[in-house]
Design a protein around this ligand. Structure first.
Ligand SMILES: Nc1ncnc2c1ncn2[C@@H]1O[C@H](COP(=O)(O)OP(=O)(O)O)[C@@H](O)[C@H]1O
Ligand SMILES: [Mg+2]
Length: 220
């Protein structure tokens, strides 16, 4: 195994209430994890901490073999970790604009390369036919797929998905589920909060569970 992220002693409180007290969290490179736990157990908060959207204390954090801190949130993690919200926000503009947004922000590569990456991501997510549509007018399932493409195009080492199918049903849900295995095949690690049994049952899923602030690693 090849650990991408190793954290020991992660603690998070809101006021007097301690929400998370995690002895150890290890995420292997190019592996997928489902994170379960009751409502309010801190699943979204944990993802937000890893994405630098919320602060927390850690005893030690190693990312790709280097010691890092969470505060201030380092550039190395900002470039490597992408968080996809449960209700992804679409920016004004087209689907293609939305997917290109992060690449433009990072000014990574030539314009021609960016266009090619965006085209590949749209094809992957099955939204090529929507590329000139205003992103804000899409259905929930289409928005979720655009959000996944917008994240994937950045080639993150770690992708954090917060309940990617919880607002979807039928074909929209199946389309999102079908995208997940290809993320690890492309070399990204994935941590996915979800209750969707079909997602949990995907092959090679590792299982994590939050209970009373502790993280349990499940082997079943
Ligand atoms: N910014 C905040 N300030 C205070 N309490 C918060 C904040 N964010 C989350 N919480 C609380 O932390 C708990 C865990 O929230 P959350 O991580 O969203 O849980 P989950 O995603 O597992 O349902 C909840 O009780 C929530 O109200
Ligand atoms: Mg949540």
């Amino acid at each position: 195994m090849n650990p991408l992220l190793q954290i020991t002693g992660l603690r998070k409180s809101f006021g007097a209430r301690e929400l998370l007290n995690i002895d150890e969290l290890t995420i292997q490179a190019a592996q997928a994890y489902v994170l379960t736990g009751m409502n309010g157990s801190g699943k979204s908060t944990l993802l937000r901490i890893l994405a630098g959207l919320e602060q927390a204390h850690t005893r030690q954090l190693m990312f790709a073999g280097e010691v890092c801190k969470l505060i201030p949130y380092p550039r190395q993690l900002r470039e490597a970790i992408v968080y996809v919200h449960q209700h992804p926000v679409m920016f004004s503009g087209t689907v293609a604009d939305n997917i290109a947004y992060g690449l433009r922000l990072r000014k990574s590569g030539q314009l021609r390369e960016q266009i090619e990456l965006v085209a590949q991501a749209m094809q992957w997510a099955g939204v090529t036919h929507l590329q000139q549509h205003a992103a804000r007018t899409l259905s929930g399932g289409e928005k979720q797929r655009v959000a996944l493409a917008r994240a994937k195009v950045l080639q993150p080492r770690l992708l954090l998905l917060d309940e990617p199918t919880s607002n979807l049903d039928g074909e929209a849900r199946e389309q999102v589920i079908a995208l997940i295995p290809s993320l690890t095949q492309a070399g990204s690690s994935v941590i996915m909060v979800c209750h969707d049994r079909e997602l949990i049952a995907l092959p090679d899923m590792h299982r994590l569970k939050l209970r009373d602030g502790k993280l349990e690693v499940r082997t079943t």
